[in-house]
Write a protein that binds this ligand. Structure first.
Ligand code: CA
Length: 243
């Protein structure tokens, strides 16, 4: 009898957890840091009530992941506002509106992880910034980033205080051209960039066109030819920690 009761309780609990969906408050995290042990796709609900999916890893919330070029990152303003891709298994971008809501009024740090193609060694390097935030859409998602530490070189301070741009929404400071169109990406372009992590994913290290690929100009050694604007990274990601 007791065993049957126990099985019943387990069954109801399991169904309650797995049915989930929009009615299941318990299935949302406010932040990946509420579950610092596990990794994978999770549903996030910000304190403002914004709901979206994100990839969590040991308490960090991913802004984007790129690792095989399956997802197209040369996208419109509206697509960047909403986000795209699959946060569970595939490449993705979290969405500017979601990110702005997530970081609003909070103290966040950001970490960018890069992986180069063989035979570059070490292949993996990172850049961490103890200051990170973005404004909302009224200020075109203006970036606040600073206080670099890490091994990959500082290719983001150049972009501090810049608004976000896409090929159909030019908010960079170069009045003669649209940096996003010229460099085949979307970013907090200035006039234009030291990093282009939403640039063209080229399935190999040699970027055929100057500064158009997944670029990180400040990598501490010269891995591109003739310089690091001709290098295209194998993997790139950006994740935040706000707890
Ligand atoms: Ca421009």
């Amino acid at each position: 009898m007791h065993l049957l009761l126990l099985l019943g309780v387990i069954f109801v609990f399991t169904i309650g957890r797995t049915q989930g969906g929009d009615k299941c408050e318990v299935c949302y995290l406010k932040d990946c840091c509420e579950d610092p042990i596990s990794s994978g796709g999770r549903n996030i609900k910000t304190s403002e009530g914004k709901i979206f999916g994100a990839y969590c890893e040991q308490g960090w919330t991913y802004i984007f992941r790129r690792f095989n070029g399956v997802e197209d990152f040369y996208r419109t303003w509206v697509e960047y506002q909403h986000g795209f891709g699959d946060p569970r298994w595939r490449e993705y971008f979290i969405g500017l509106d979601n990110l702005a809501s997530f970081v609003k009024g909070r103290k966040c740090k950001v970490r960018i992880d890069l992986e180069a193609w063989p035979p570059v060694s070490p292949a993996k390097r990172f850049a961490e910034y103890s200051v990170f935030s973005i404004a909302d859409k009224t200020d075109k998602y203006r970036l606040a980033i600073g206080e670099y530490s890490g091994t990959a070189g500082d290719a983001m301070s150049h972009h501090n205080r810049q608004q976000f741009s896409t090929y159909d929404e030019d908010n960079d400071i170069d009045s003669r051209r649209n940096c996003a169109s010229v460099y085949k990406g979307a970013w907090w372009y200035k006039g234009c960039h030291n990093s282009n992590l939403f640039g063209w994913y080229y399935k190999g290290p040699d970027c055929p066109k100057y500064a158009q690929c997944v670029a990180w100009y400040r990598w501490p050694t010269v891995i591109g030819s003739p310089d690091n604007f001709y290098y295209s990274f194998k993997k790139a990601s950006m994740k935040i920690h706000c707890c």
